[in-house]
Design a protein. Structure first.
Length: 55
C-alpha cells in the first residue's frame, strides 16, 4: 500500500529524466552538426569563388 503512491512518481521522474537527456543529446548533436557542416560553408564558397577568379 505504501509503495503504490510512489510508483507513478518513479515513472514520472524516469520520463522527465529521459526527456531531458534526449533533448540535451539532440541539442548537442544539432550544435555539433551545425558547427561541422554549416559554419565552414561560407569559407568554402569564398575559396571556390577565389579559385574561379584565379582560373
Amino acid at each position: 500500500m505504501a509503495l503504490k503512491p510512489l510508483f507513478p512518481l518513479w515513472i514520472s521522474a524516469l520520463v522527465a529524466a529521459s526527456t531531458i537527456l534526449t533533448s540535451l543529446i539532440v541539442y548537442l548533436l544539432t550544435g555539433f552538426i551545425f558547427i561541422l557542416f554549416i559554419m565552414p560553408v561560407p569559407f568554402l564558397l569564398f575559396k571556390w569563388e577565389k579559385g574561379d577568379k584565379d582560373m
